[in-house]
Design a binder for this molecule. Structure first.
Ligand code: 7RM
Length: 642
């Protein structure tokens, strides 16, 4: 029996039990057999959730790019590593073989060195989904620089916050990006961000849209000429198992974004092992994850996990609606995709388009379908299963987080019987548990509670960059000796998990985590706004959309409310990005508050959900009368079209 590749349900239970009985032994075996080490570890695991401190494979030396690239060269040199599908379907797709990837990563790594980047330095990558994005990520890893990829849909303010938080020395960007029919001036956004980032002294610019951009003398350099001059050989920096590999920011329920730090060996082992099993990847398969590398899904399941397995991974630059809503299915047919991994929000948007655009395409290459990012509702699950998978391709509903680094709860296709809306069983080595409000573990089945994890797994984030206390407070303080996910879940009669959603002030909009606090901060920047509160409400495509309750400073404010709404969203776009725009804005004279001055979001949420029959206990409110006035005023948010 091979523990690396699980093929039957019995085998899953056997391997699962083994992985729980002695996790150290289990992960040691996986690590020994499937990776390339410069030196093996002295100790598989040491951990203490109270500090918290977690170390996997301590003492080991390795470079993740030798595992993702070099070791495949002998057997897979001419195999496509990255298959790039451009935004514009009439532009040719690009097949980058493992050999070419090796040369391009090494050239890029040499350029980074030449520009003064050293092991441990932070490099911010702000690029669209073009090959340079994956290549620059790997180039950083090659020389031991810590990459911090910022999704290229974030605004200048959001970008500069992230650059400054981790003190990046360099930014890698492009002259612009294509997004469906539009182009975006990425370099302009970088220029604006850098006005408040004194630590950045070099900007490398890839050419993509050939726009005339401004290059700042001494700071900005075109990438291509530097690459042309660089050598195709670059020795991999030898890294310690626990050296940071990357920082990736995720929104918190309060304050500024959290720079989650992932380290080298454990992250590599876990993303590789999950990729192999969750997608049942076979040697000649073509695998496509539609995420952007700016999110954790792209890091783990476009770049590192697939490449560590010598897979062919597709990178798609465009959007599902361009040139029309058949684009995903056209790509599946064109490249004969075998595994397709996307988000429920995309599935819902495509399901709305009707079946003609689906039926035009031959989807028979598909073997496994994946879903990630938010709960998948029953209707979307069936649409995906019936029309895309033709009831032949199992859906893996994969629950995990930026913080977990890899997939945590998921079916294994052809192994775990699926159940709509259920992420089903814990992956090998994962020990989930449900906790009640009093901090007790809830045993047995057919129960619900707050989802925690009892034991470390190799790819758990090790800290928040520059703020270990926040790491401890956020994840290890709610329940003693447990990692708290922030999600609620239920466990059914056979032990399957269904994730019900966040139990904190994070709202998942189109699969993107948004903290309410930073959006409220942005809204409050508007000169006419006194206070605001943001909640989520159900949306048929986005899953959740944002509802803002706004108190104006001047009650007699005579300005047109729709103009104010537009201005508020404009500020949000500037501070965070268009993904955080509010769908509804209700102007109100008060917000329900507790005596200690906390806004009672529970009530606001119910009103936004049109669920006012049972508002629960409002007696502890300082101002119970405000509730009725908010209910009465809701029509001004519902009926406006702006
Ligand atoms: C991978 C990713 C994490 C949050 C998480 C959940 C939600 C993700 C699922 C899901 C239900 C799923 N990382 N979430 N996957 N909820 N079913 N299959 O999305 O850091 O951006 O978000 O996303 O609430 O805590 S993330």
């Amino acid at each position: 029996m091979s523990n690396y590749h699980i093929k039957h349900l019995e085998e899953y239970y056997q391997v699962y039990r083994k992985s729980i009985r002695c996790p150290e032994h289990f992960w040691e075996e996986i690590a020994e057999e499937h990776f390339m080490w410069q030196k093996k570890w002295n100790n598989v695991l040491s951990w203490d959730f109270s500090k918290p401190e977690i170390k996997w494979f301590e003492g080991a030396k390795l470079n993740i790019t030798e595992n993702c690239i070099d070791r495949h060269l002998a057997t897979r040199g001419n195999k496509t590593a990255i298959l790039f599908e451009p935004n514009n379907p009439s532009e040719l797709a690009e097949h980058i073989t493992y050999k070419q990837l090796s040369e391009r990563v090494n050239r890029f790594a040499n350029v980074l060195k030449q520009e003064g980047i050293k092991k441990g330095d932070r490099v911010c990558i702000y690029l669209p989904m073009i090959p340079e994005l994956a290549i620059s990520v790997l180039a950083c890893a090659r020389i031991g620089a810590i990459h911090s990829v910022v999704f290229a849909g974030f605004s200048a303010t959001a970008l500069s916050t992230r650059i400054n938080d981790s003190d990046c020395k360099m930014v890698i960007t492009s002259d612009g990006s294509y997004r469906g029919p539009k182009t975006i001036d990425l370099k302009g956004i970088v220029d604006e961000a850098l006005e408040s980032c004194s630590g950045v002294n070099s900007v490398l610019v890839a050419k993509r849209i050939h726009s005339g951009i401004n290059m700042q003398n001494g700071r900005d350099k075109w990438l291509q000429p530097l690459l042309d001059e660089a050598s195709i050989d670059c020795k991999a920096e030898i890294m310690d198992a626990e050296d940071p590999l990357f920082i990736l920011y995720t929104s918190g329920s309060t304050g500024k974004p959290k720079g989650m730090v992932h380290t080298t060996a454990g992250y590599m082992v876990y993303t590789a092992y999950t990729f192999k099993n969750v997608f049942q990847y076979k040697e000649d398969d073509i695998y496509w994850c539609t995420a952007d590398i700016g999110w954790i899904t792209g890091h783990s399941y476009i770049v590192y996990g697939p490449l560590a397995n010598g897979a062919t991974t597709v990178m798609f630059e465009g959007v599902p609606s361009y040139p029309d809503y058949g684009r995903f299915w056209e790509i599946v047919e064109k490249h004969k995709i075998n595994q397709f991994y996307t988000a429920p929000t995309a599935i819902r948007a495509l399901a709305k388009q009707g079946l003609e655009v689906v039926e035009k395409h031959d989807l028979s290459s598909l073997k496994v379908l994946g879903s990630v990012g938010e709960p998948i509702n029953e209707e979307a699950w069936h649409w995906y299963n019936d029309n895309i998978g033709k009831k032949q391709s199992p859906i893996v509903d994969t629950w995990w987080q930026t913080e977990t680094g890899g997939i945590m709860i998921t079916p294994i296709p052809f192994v775990t019987p699926t159940k709509p809306t259920y992420a089903t069983l814990p992956f090998i080595g994962i020990q989930p548990t449900l906790m009640d409000e009093n901090g007790n573990e809830i045993k047995g089945n057919q129960v619900s509670g707050r989802l925690c994890v009892k034991f470390p797994w190799p790819s758990i984030a090790r800290t928040i960059w520059g703020n270990h206390k926040r790491y401890k407070d956020t994840y290890f303080s709610a329940y003693e000796n447990k990692y708290f996910t922030g999600d609620g879940a239920l466990r059914d009669e056979v032990g399957y998990y269904r994730i019900t959603g966040r139990v904190d002030d994070v709202i998942i909009v189109s699969g993107h985590n948004l903290g309410t606090a930073p959006i409220e901060d942005a809204v409050n920047e508007h000169p006419a706004v006194a206070e605001s509160a943001i909640v989520g409400f159900p949306h048929d495509v986005k899953g959740n959309a944002l509802y803002g309750y706004v108190i104006l400073k001047d009650v007699g404010e005579t300005r047109d409310h729709n103009n104010l709404r537009k201005e508020i969203n404009q500020i949000i776009t500037e501070h965070i990005g268009p993904i955080a725009k509010l769908d509804k804005i209700q102007f109100t004279e008060g917000l329900p508050k507790t005596r200690s001055g906390k806004i009672m979001r529970r009530i606001l949420r119910k009103i936004a959900h049109n669920d006012i029959s049972n508002l629960g206990d409002t007696s502890t409110l300082l101002n119970p009368e405000v509730v009725q006035s908010i209910i009465d005023g809701k029509k001004n948010a519902d009926n406006t079209n702006w």
